[in-house]
Design a protein around this ligand. Structure first.
Ligand SMILES: Nc1ncnc2c1ncn2[C@@H]1O[C@H](COP(=O)(O)OP(=O)(O)OP(=O)(O)O)[C@@H](O)[C@H]1O
Ligand SMILES: [Mg+2]
Length: 236
């Protein structure tokens, strides 16, 4: 199995036409290894969510390739893309997006039911809930737990399908700084423990401390590391 789980090749995304045209991603190319925790940072409107939506197969690039686990997803039909997304990707959102009327445990098992792989799903969901420190809360309804607990459940839910990549867009954006810190540490420890790739968009790089890798997006272009060139040649 290749060590590279994600490859972007000259990805461009253009929204709108004429006066309203926005070149949201401009020739973005990089690859990510198994087990890597990658932060995507950049100012508001730089293209971070657009990039995450391309990697998450929630939207298609205007051109370029998104290769996940060796599959060039740009060639897949819409049906195949959904199937592929459910089996290969896990998602953590800013708001935990749990189903309010289901228990924590049922929420964590949900991606498995959707995928139709229910064998051992309860056992594995409970193991994950233990790993995120929620074992004692798993029978509670999702609307009866705290924001931090809900986000822990969302992390367990994001991992339950053994995804190739877990994607998170501002996963701590809705939490106070102390709770955010524990959620950050949890994602970092799960990345190490499970050799799980995480791609995380954040506006608060410092919350994360030391991480494997950072990519900065500026005006739709991707730069390795935290320092972007100060004089941008935007005309090319
Ligand atoms: N569906 C859309 N239609 C038109 N323009 C869009 C669409 N989605 C994003 N854009 C534009 O693309 C650019 C990048 O937006 P994006 O949401 O990726 O930024 P971001 O880095 O995630 O910002 P923030 O930190 O505020 O979430 C912006 O100029 C935005 O207005
Ligand atoms: Mg965004």
């Amino acid at each position: 199995m290749s060590d590279i789980v994600l490859e972007l090749k000259d990805v461009n995304k253009i929204f709108g036409k004429g006066d309203t045209r926005v070149h949201a991603l401009n020739n973005v190319s990089f690859s990510v290894r198994r087990g890597e925790l990658l932060l995507i940072v950049g100012s508001s409107g730089s293209g971070k969510s657009t990039l995450l939506n391309m990697i998450g197969l929630l939207d298609r690039p205007t051109n370029g390739q998104v290769i996940i686990d060796g599959t060039n997803t740009t060639k897949l039909s819409d049906n195949k893309i959904s199937e592929f997304r459910n089996s290969k990707l896990g998602f953590i959102f800013q708001f935990s997006n749990l189903m309010a009327d289901l228990s924590i445990l049922e929420n964590v098992m949900l991606p498995r039911s959707i995928q139709g792989t229910t064998k051992n799903s309860e056992k594995e969901a409970i193991e994950l809930l233990r790993a995120v420190g929620l074992e004692s809360q798993m029978q509670k309804r999702a609307n009866k737990v705290s924001g931090g607990q809900a986000q822990r459940a969302a992390i367990a839910r994001g991992l339950v399908n053994h995804p190739t990549i877990v994607l998170a867009d501002e996963p701590t954006g809705n939490l106070d700084s102390v709770t955010a810190e524990t959620i950050v540490q949890l994602m970092k420890s799960m990345a190490k423990k499970l050799n799980q790739t995480f791609v995380i968009v954040t506006h608060d790089r410092h919350q994360f401390g030391e991480v494997d890798r950072i990519i900065t997006i500026k005006d739709g272009r991707a730069f390795e590391g935290e320092d972007v060139p100060s004089k941008m040649e935007l005309t090319t």
